[in-house]
Ligand binder design. Sequence first.
Ligand SMILES: *Cc1c(COP(=O)(O)O)cnc(C)c1O
Length: 397
Amino acid sequence: MNDKKAIVGLIPDDVKGDSMHISAEGLQPTPTNFALAEQRLLTDLNGDAVFWAGRAATLLYYAYKLAEQRASHIEAPEIIMPAMMCTTSCNVAHLAKMTPRFADIDPATGLVTLETLQARYTENTVAVVVIHLLGNTAEMARIATWCAEKGLLLIEDPTQAVHGKLPDDKLAGTYGDVTIYSFNRTKIIGAGNGVLVTRTPDITQELTEIINRLLTIPEPDMTLLQQLGLSYRNLHHSLVGLYRVRALPDAQISDAFMSVRSSFEPLFLRPTKTDVDLNTAWESLPTDLARRYELASIYADCLQEGPWELMTGFRESEVCWRFSLLIDKPEKQVAFSEAVRRDGFHVSNLYWAVNQFFRPSDECPHADSFGRRIVNLWVDASVDENYVRACSDSLLK
Ligand SMILES: *Cc1c(COP(=O)(O)O)cnc(C)c1O
């Protein structure tokens, strides 16, 4: 079973050390309570080694640094990423002193395509981030071929489609040179920590060197991080509100954001939490995914007719993170969510085209429209079939 050499406690002595977590002291062998999760990740993704940290953001930081090092002749490295996602990947690019560039999405899926990625390519591109958004999975094969031709590091992120099927029936996460997941609160696996899986021994070795060289993660001051986290969320909500009503030109709102952005940098680098029970989370994954699928199917049945478009990519990937719909009238997005919330249901509409925060000149009209229309509904363990039916009734009102 174990030519993949990654499980602490089970690996032969001669390959010990290929499974690591990032602590305040540097890289350490991972604790045995991660063993099942590691084994599954390595086997499923056919990976070479596993690195753990407190956040996916931390591992993205090192992945970007890896891309920079591999293209050391490029002075101002750029990373192409989706315009529709959370702001973490872009914030981390700035933390790494690299430039995020934004690829527009296919309006039907919310996902980047080979063509939208290529549209942002320049001679300074060093890496491409592909995120399988909300359970929809991107077509990876052509993207991977193009990245290999151009010598770009392909970073795949299936956080929102853990164990999902790609359009070619392969498993999400099997194309990236590195594959990153967040297992933090609210994600499909919410036990804690982020993880990076490398594809080849070369990458494992380069990444180990980079982490050992750059590592500067202090022990986190949780009180400070909580306050910063809350402040960031409030800022994000406020600015989305301004973009939504087009109160000012996008560039002016972006300038305001960019002038305070660096205050939040302490949020992104976190050492591994070692007391996390990831093994249980992996054991229950098939049951959890089946339950999510069933709840999403009930939404899809109940909400067939309405002033919206349903996102049903979960039927092909067989994974649903949030059940999403795109409402027909963007100007109703907020009132609509508020009405559903008043009825007592979880609903969110805070995905926004992130190019507008970080680089409005990378225009992404499809991501803009998507952000103004999307409404997300819950399918996690906090809800059940009755909830889903009642929530659907609330929407249909
Ligand atoms: C939440 C999320 C992240 C960030 O994860 P952290 O562990 O909070 O750093 C990255 N990618 C995707 C797709 C996410 O949903």
